[in-house]
Design a protein around this ligand. Structure first.
Ligand code: MEV
Length: 308
């Protein structure tokens, strides 16, 4: 279908949560798992038909990011509401830390702007999705919409232009899903409460996460797999310290490490959702994947960087 518009999921490799407080974070797109939107004419205004949620959104409903996004695109371009259904479907599990919310909103943004004949670059798409997500998701840093819209590895600091960088080699990852749906809005808000209560302690953790992220970026650029693994494990400890861990995440990380991962951590909001493990090579990646699925969890394989 040529009016199908898609957007990838994402994985945060370093720096989640601290990024909300102005620290850097690193994220990569997961191009093999995508949200798709496609449109068809109707006779009664704009409807966004979220097939996986079994829910329909129209412009009157302003408590969801799709309607807010559509209203903004229409008003910025001085266009009337079209008679259009935008169907939406996603391979990304919701509440899993894989950017399902940003990916679905990005796919809808692309489908609607294409229908209206409005040309948007990656930065404009990212901004539109960010503004819609802010209303629904509290205080997001903007990293999810950025990595999803650009579909490139990014080094991101809130409010600054994202920096893309080149990994020193190809890296093989396994994503393991606890199956526990967790709300990023909720974990972000819990971290904020902890920060309000003990700002010194929490800022200490955020600064440690910042050091980890900077070291992680360098190790990725230099292609140092073992070192990246160590740094990921350190990042996970710090995420546990700020209170966004979950025993199922630790269980999955343990399975991955025993199966030969060089390191692993939770990814995204935490409190459930997904963990990501780094494998030494493509064979280990398959083995780690199999061990996680044998234990009864869903797992996905993804990679980033060029083969050298
Ligand atoms: C969610 O994918 C990442 C968090 O850092 C929240 C955010 O950056 O908006 C937990």
């Amino acid at each position: 279908m040529d009016n199908r518009f898609t957007a990838p999921g994402k994985i945060i490799l370093f720096g989640e949560h601290a990024v909300v407080y102005g620290k850097p974070a690193i994220a990569i797109p997961v191009s093999g798992m995508r949200a798709s939107a496609w449109s068809e004419p109707n006779e009664k205004g704009l409807t966004i038909n979220a097939l996986d949620l079994n829910e329909k959104f129209d412009l009157k409903n302003t408590s969801n990011q799709f309607s807010i996004l559509a209203q903004t695109i229409l008003s910025q371009n001085k266009q009337n509401e079209p008679n259009l259904t935008i169907n939406l479907s996603s391979k990304l599990p919701q509440g899993s830390g894989m950017g399902s919310s940003a990916a679905t909103a990005t796919a809808v943004c692309k489908a609607l702007s294409n229908h209206l004949g409005v040309d948007l670059d990656a930065n404009q798409v990212s901004e539109l999705v960010f503004n819609a997500e802010k209303i629904v998701h509290g205080t997001p840093s903007g990293i999810d919409n950025t990595v999803v819209a650009y579909e490139m590895p990014v080094y991101f600091i809130k409010g600054e232009k994202p920096v893309t960088f080149t990994p020193g080699r190809r890296f093989y990852l396994v994503i393991g899903d606890t199956g526990i749906e967790a709300s990023t809005k909720e974990t972000v808000s819990n971290v904020r409460k902890a920060w309000e209560k003990e700002p010194g302690l929490m800022e200490g953790y955020f600064s440690e996460i910042e050091i980890v992220t900077e070291k992680g970026k360098l190790a990725i650029e230099q292609g140092k797999t073992e070192l990246i693994g160590e740094i990921m494990s350190k990042n996970h400890e710090l995420l546990n310290s700020i209170g966004v861990g979950h025993k199922k995440l630790d269980e999955l990380i343990d399975i991955a490490n025993k199966a030969g991962a060089v390191g692993a951590k939770l990814t995204g909001g935490g409190g459930g959702g997904n963990m990501v493990a780094l494998a030494k090579n493509i064979d280990d990646q398959q083995y780690i994947h199999d061990k996680i699925t044998e234990a009864g969890y869903r797992a996905y394989q993804t990679s980033f960087g060029e083969q050298r």
